[in-house]
Design a protein around this ligand. Sequence first.
Ligand code: SF4
Ligand code: SF4
Length: 73
Amino acid sequence: MQITAVVDEQKCISCIGCKLCVWACPDPNTIRYIKAKKKIVIDPQRCKGCGLCEAACPVKYIALRMQERELGV
Ligand code: SF4
Ligand code: SF4
């Protein structure tokens, strides 16, 4: 089990331009903003579980939260 950041696309406000989690993440390739879809995508394999994105999110614990996940090899 590993703690990783998980985004709820229904609650995330990236559609109105929020990218605070992208800017907060110390690894530039872990959270990406997909411009064409106006969506946030998190790579669970790269996420270190530091929680900085969750702390920066204005909809924290709802749109973005830390979650225990079983990651495949
Ligand atoms: S928990 Fe840390 S490493 Fe993972 S996506 Fe958020 S800021 Fe990046
Ligand atoms: S900081 Fe929160 S609301 Fe903003 S884009 Fe990231 S997950 Fe969505």
